[in-house]
Design a binder for this molecule. Sequence first.
Ligand code: FPP
Length: 233
Amino acid sequence: MRRIKLPVHVAFIMDGNGRWAKRRFRPRAFGHKMGVQNMTKICTHAFRLGVRIVTVYALSAENLMRPKEELDELFDLFRSYFGKKRERLTELEVKINVIGDITVLPEDIQEDILRVTEETANYSEGLMNICINYGARQEIVRAVNEAVSHGRFVDEASFKNFLSTSGIPDPDLIIRTGGEIRLSNFLLYQAAYSELYFSNKMWPEFSKRDLEKAIENYSARDRRFGNVRGNDS
Ligand code: FPP
C-alpha cells in the first residue's frame, strides 16, 4: 500500500452474510460461517497493516430477535470461535475485549469468552473489541442510568467513562459491507466524528485489498472535527 495516514481504530459492520449465501443457493448459516472466517482474515490484515484497535459488530441486540434456528447456528459459531478453535483468535496476540450483554448467551459460551479475555488480557500488540448483543441506544441509556445512580452530573469527558468503550479511543473509520448505508445502532455516541465507508461487497467477499482501499480512501479525507483546518493533516 502506498504511503498513507493509518486509522488507529477501525470498526466493522459485517453485513451481507445471508445474501452472500443465498446467491450461492446455500443456507444462511453457511454465510455466517464464511463471515467468521473472513472476520479473522480481515482483522489479522488490519493489525498487520498497523491498525491498533479493531472493533467488530458480531451480533446486535436486535439480531437476537432472529429465528431460534439462526441464533442457534450463530451460537454454534461463537462456541467454536471462542472455544475449540480459539487459537485463531489468541494467536493474533491482541487483547480481546467483548462488549455487550453476554448474559443472554448459553453459559458455556460465556465461560469460553471469559477464558479468552483472561488469556489475552496481557497482550499489548493491539485490541480487538467484539460486540455481542450490543446496541448503542441500550449502551447510552445504561450509561446514563449508571451516572444517575452515582448521583453524578456528567460532561462529555466523564460520560465516556460510563460507556462500554471507556478508555478506548473513538473509531476513526467505520466500514460497513453489504450495500446498506446506515449505522444500525452501532457505536452511535463514539461515531460522532468517525469517517464512514460503505462497500457494496457482501462481508464474506470483502477482501484484504478492499480493506486497503477503504484505508486509502480514509487517508485522503480531510478530518476537521468541526474546525476549519484538519487536525491531522
Ligand atoms: C449480518 O449479516 C451479520 C450478522 C447478523 C452476524 C455477523 C457475524 C459474524 C460474521 C461473525 C460472528 C462472530 C463471531 C465472533 C463468531 P446478515 O445475516 O444480516 O446478512 P444479510 O443482510 O445478507 O441477511
